[in-house]
Ligand binder design. Structure first.
Ligand SMILES: Cc1cc2nc3c(=O)[nH]c(=O)nc-3n(C[C@H](O)[C@H](O)[C@H](O)COP(=O)(O)O)c2cc1C
Length: 329
């Protein structure tokens, strides 16, 4: 095998810092990065210990999360002036190896210039579970978000008012089912951390939001009827702005592409000063997930309901290092 120029420690460090900043379901960070000493490819592995057996038995949400981290890796490579060659599921004998990312030649004059806005948005993006102002997002920004999804081989459906109500109804149905499913509630609660907790995984209580006093937006209740205080209800925006991310196929590589598309959309929104939050509950019940597809859409596999708009920033959440032995440096 041809030996390739070794990636220096600072390069690996900045790639990993970007990758782990990605969103992940319940902040499980279900990834593990390893530098292959021969190929100098950064391998992205899944973490079986950080899965959600009840909410995500097929690991689709896990792949979405890893896809988002892969997108950040690619952006960070371009930011360093390098092309990134990404191979998804490169080895059928290693199902846990989800991607291999190799930095190839320096960007040339014919390459598209790196988008500084997107790279800078990696650190600024936080899930915001607070009420937004309701100020309409200009159409060109929404079109840019849809184009981002498309560029990553996914699609973004922007529902009209009736369509948005339908998607919220289905999400509320999922939220209702979760509430009457003690094992699922316990699984979710296990990822909520108390202030000052030592773990870099899970969502701190302080990053959770209030319920909608108007009962229009079924924000996820992460704590349920347990003796943990949920914030008092607040009035959320009357006209919620939503986007449904979907792909035409539903295989493992589609899930990884959907995750990259998700992150491309979120960073595009963030670069334009928008806030985002995710409503994934309906995707965790197969019948409700199928029903989320807009009527008359053929071959539509929904992955995420994204709420976007102007409003307060979300609270930052912790991150683990993401490396594995042998140390990726
Ligand atoms: C696949 C997936 C599903 C998610 N589902 C929800 C959800 O239903 N409700 C929610 O409030 N946040 C959801 N999130 C957001 C995560 O909780 C969030 O990304 C994580 O806690 C890290 O915080 P950050 O996004 O602020 O970096 C989801 C994220 C991903 C990637």
């Amino acid at each position: 095998m041809r030996t390739r120029a070794a990636l220096d420690a600072a390069t690996v460090e900045s790639l990993l810092a970007a990758a782990v900043a990605a969103p992940s379901i319940h902040n499980t960070q279900p990834w593990r990065f390893r530098l292959d000493p021969d190929s100098q490819a950064l391998e992205v592995h899944s973490m079986p210990q950080r899965t959600l057996p009840l909410a995500d038995p097929t690991h689709r949400a896990q792949y979405l999360s890893v896809g988002a981290a892969i997108f950040n890796l690619r952006l960070a490579a371009v930011h360093l002036g390098r092309r990134a060659e990404v191979r998804l599921l490169p080895d059928p004998h290693q199902p846990g190896l989800l991607a291999a990312v190799r930095l190839t030649s320096p960007l040339g004059t014919h390459d598209e210039p790196p988008d500084p806005g997107l790279h800078e948005a990696i650190a600024r993006r936080h899930t915001s579970r607070l009420p937004f102002t309701g100020r309409p997002v200009p159409e060109p920004i929404v079109a840019e978000m849809a184009a981002a999804a498309h560029a990553a081989a996914a699609r973004l459906h922007i529902p009209d008012i009736a369509g948005a109500r339908r998607l919220l109804r289905l999400t509320a149905a999922a939220e209702g089912r979760n509430h009457t499913h003690p094992a699922r509630m316990a699984e979710t609660l296990a990822w909520i951390t108390a202030p000052g907790a030592a773990t870099p995984y899970g969502i701190p209580l302080t990053a959770l939001g209030p319920p909608d006093a108007g009962r229009r937006i079924p924000m996820r209740d992460f704590t349920g009827p347990l003796p943990v205080v949920r914030r008092p209800a607040l009035w959320f925006e009357r006209h919620v702005q939503l986007a449904l991310l979907w792909t035409p196929h539903d295989r493992r590589d589609d899930w990884l592409r959907a995750g990259q598309a998700l992150q491309y959309v979120l960073l595009t929104a963030t670069a334009h000063g928008l806030r985002t939050s995710l409503l994934h509950q309906a995707m965790e019940w197969p019948d409700l997930r199928a029903a989320m597809a807009p009527p008359h859409y053929k071959r539509c596999h929904p992955h995420m309901l994204i709420r976007f708009g102007y409003g307060p920033d979300g609270t930052g959440t912790p991150r683990g290092p993401g490396r594995s032995a042998p140390a990726a440096a």
